[in-house]
Design a protein around this ligand. Structure first.
Ligand code: FOL
Length: 183
């Protein structure tokens, strides 16, 4: 059995996730939640992987990329410049295969898809897609990129690792949601 595929995103009222190559908001604790969720593992000998599209990679500030303590995988049809410790893959399918190849495969606990739109959409249709960690940002921002439709096979559930109830930062309210599909 391969690793589970989880998605993580923050979206506002119009399901927007980005504008002009960046996040529409600045929410420090929400970003800390992203870091915690994508980094933490039950097995201390394992790491998680983060898969992202080329534009998402380029949207991460230089000082934060590659994302620390995680195996970074960037999807691109072209040979773009990435750090030596970053896996460059031409498709999501190739990325998943690479991440299951020994000896790397044995060391990966959870694979997190961190965007953008097209990578989320393709991942949602994969049988290995298990959970969606979606932060519901309760405000309206101008966006040019959006989170895809969540199909009814995904049911809302509670995760003990996820803070419950309404959060607020800089006068912006948001809530952490978790959706799960039976594999
Ligand atoms: N999911 C959620 N819940 N919130 C997000 O902001 C988010 N962002 C992306 C994907 N899923 C998300 C994609 N965009 C960084 C920057 C942009 C980004 C993802 C990550 C980043 O720099 N992360 C650093 C911490 C930076 C900081 O502390 O300010 C990291 O180590 O995770």
């Amino acid at each position: 059995m391969g690793p589970r595929l989880n998605l993580i995103a923050a979206a506002c009222e119009n399901m927007g996730i980005g504008i002009k190559g960046r996040l529409p908001w600045k929410l420090k604790s929400e970003m800390a939640y992203f870091t915690k969720m994508t980094s933490q593992t039950k097995d201390p000998n394992k790491k998680n992987a983060v898969i992202m599209g080329r534009k998402t990679w380029q949207s991460i500030p230089l000082k934060y990329r590659p994302l620390a303590d995680r195996v970074n995988v960037v999807l691109s049809s072209n040979k773009i410049e990435v750090d030596d410790d970053v896996l460059l893959c031409s498709s999501l399918e190739m990325a998943m295969a690479q991440l299951q190849q020994p000896p790397l495969g044995e060391t990966i606990e959870t694979v997190w898809v961190i965007g953008g739109s097209s990578v989320y959409k393709e991942s949602l249709n994969m049988p290995e897609c298990h959970r969606i960690y979606l932060t519901n940002v309760k405000a309206l921002y101008e966006c040019d990129t959006f989170f895809p439709e969540i199909l009814p096979a995904f049911k809302l559930l509670q995760d003990p690792d996820v803070p419950q109830g309404e959060q607020e930062e800089n006068g912006v309210k948001y809530e952490y949601k978790v959706y799960e599909k039976d594999l």
